[in-house]
Design a protein around this ligand. Structure first.
Ligand code: DAH
Length: 361
């Protein structure tokens, strides 16, 4: 018989069989019976040896084409059977939605994140927006523009981490407070401003209430006709909402900061019973933040005319008020990355803060 006829015969027989193979095992059997060493096609190819070279070449081409065709058909059928099998397995096993969940370790929200969320919510309700700046600052932004000139003792007070001096004499610093972002904002955008600035700050300090890295939240309001009454109203509202004590007493105690004039520190009322601090009316005071009216010199350093623009600023230690509100005694645990500590002091991710006044205001 001619090679072409033989090939057609095998093609018809096997293509049909492949198409109707009902499972992977049957398909594999078919593959072996036609393409395997002792398979039909292999036998035909072996028989080519006895032909004349010319005939052999022509027949070889015919059988090779058939081999490719059959191989492709088998692969296609295998893919189809595989996905049929997968669908069958899935529908057979189904999914048991009543099966108990595997006990996953639930993560918790770090007190710094929690308090930051609370602060953001309170100030957002008062119309503040968040501004940010880099941890590595220029001496100009961190000190000079804030009216802390090179010989000023406050430069020593801050226990600054300095970087090595650059070729042009500049000495970058790890910012010692979030106040430099006041400068960045006032020099890059035009007033009015109503911003809060949360972020990391750095000082060379380490004990039960100090760590070399800590967090502050700065506030800045610049507008026409802003006065001390606005400052007091804003901070009284903030403290009462944050500590969740409606009649929380506040004391504005005169103080000094180079970048504000006048300056004050704010204390809240509290009492201590059996060694435990309670926030609210009592015989003790506890300092929570520094504030003041922005010093006209700072406004001038940023190119603003103090007869046109005034404002107030404040700076609060986020970790410090987190310790106060949630009764955490040692700051160092905040940054030890100990999961046991987080389990104890962390917050559920589902408890969103609800300290703001929302739309009812
Ligand atoms: N920058 C001050 C500090 O780190 C805190 C501060 C005090 C910020 C008064 C202010 C302010 O904006 O008005 O100690």
């Amino acid at each position: 018989m001619e090679a072409k006829q033989l090939s057609d015969q095998v093609r018809v027989e096997f293509l049909n069989a492949i198409e109707s193979a009902s499972d992977l095992a049957a398909l594999e059997k078919l593959r072996i019976s036609v393409l395997g060493k002792k398979g039909r096609l292999s036998e035909l190819m072996r028989a080519l040896g006895s032909l004349e070279p010319k005939q052999r070449q022509a027949a070889g081409m015919v059988f090779n084409l058939l081999k490719t065709e059959l191989t492709e058909a088998i692969t296609a059928r295998r893919v189809a059977l595989d996905s049929e099998q997968l669908l069958a397995d899935l529908s057979e096993q189904g999914m048991d939605v009543t099966a108990p969940a595997r006990p996953e370790q639930a993560g918790t929200v770090h007190p710094v994140s929690q308090v930051l969320d609370e602060l953001t919510e309170i100030f957002a309700d008062m119309g503040f927006v968040v501004a940010e700046g880099p941890d590595i600052e220029t001496e100009f932004n961190n000190f000079t523009a804030l009216n802390i000139p090179p010989e000023h003792p406050a430069r020593q007070m801050h226990d600054t981490f300095y970087f090595r001096e650059k070729k042009d004499g500049a000495r970058p610093v790890l910012r010692t407070h979030t106040s430099p972002v006041q400068i960045r904002t006032m020099t890059s955008e035009s007033p009015p401003h109503r911003i809060i600035i949360p972020g990391r700050t750095y000082r060379h300090d380490y004990d039960i209430t100090h760590t070399p890295m800590f967090h502050q939240l700065e506030g800045l309001v610049i507008d026409r006709d802003i006065h001390m009454g606005h400052l007091k109203g804003c901070l009284i509202d903030f403290a009462r909402l944050f500590f969740e004590v409606e009649d929380l007493p506040l004391r504005f105690r005169p103080s000094y900061f180079p970048f504000t004039e006048p300056s004050a520190e704010v204390d809240i009322g509290c009492s201590i019973k059996d060694g435990v601090r309670h926030i609210g009316a009592g015989e003790e005071w506890m300092e929570i933040l520094g504030c003041g009216m922005v010093n006209p010199r700072v406004l001038q350093n940023c190119g603003l005319d103090p007869s046109e623009w005034q404002g107030f600023a404040f700076g609060v230690g986020i970790d410090r008020i987190a310790m106060l509100k949630y009764g955490i005694r040692d700051l160092r645990g905040f940054f030890d990355c100990d999961l046991r500590w987080l389990k104890n002091y962390g917050f559920s991710a589902l408890d969103l803060p609800t300290l703001g006044q929302g739309l009812s205001r």
